[in-house]
Design a protein. Sequence first.
Length: 235
Amino acid sequence: MADEITYGAYAEQKVRVNSFVTQVFQWMTGALAITAIVALVVSRTPAVYKTIFGNPALLIGLVIAEIGMVIAISWGINRISAATAGVLLVLFSAVNGLTLSVIFLVYTATSVTTTFFVCAGIFGAMSVYGYLTKRDLTAIGNLCIMGLVGIIIASIVNMFAASSGMYWAITYIGVFVFIGLTAYDTQKIKQMALSIDGRQAGETVQKAAIIGALALYLDFINLFLLLLRLFGRER
């Protein structure tokens, strides 16, 4: 009887974890799809992309809006509803599509497509690793977070230094940082799923799924952009 109860609890937990992780990846995939569609449409609409990239103030405003929405979701998740968090994620994905439409103007469609599939393959492999590994990836995650901070600082410095050597160093290091973060964030999402009590309200679960989706979305986008620097062919 005890074994039956234990197995039943394990099976219930497994279903709950799989359901939560699936929800996270559905949100992430939807956000990526919105970004890709918006970016592609804008890149094929001269009036729109000329307005965006011909107006520095507007472009800066869009970037600030993106940062604001990420902060609102990440730090304000406990003060907003799941519906609001979902709307913010959708809006963020769309605005990000506006700013990322430039890649279709700079790089050939073939290289963008090829890089996307390379990125998807790497991202998928590291997500599976992060989900299945028994190894605690906290140390690797902390190292990658420190590396990310270093990359941000170095990128700001290089805006003034304009060093090609630093540019490529940032690119290569960045690829490894986001590969590591992908595995680490996936493991955190699994741990988050394991910590969810079956009695918790759907609102709480949905907000947790959106936070997880945002983390993986940012990992994917940044990894894609860095790989595009390496493999993209300019027009």
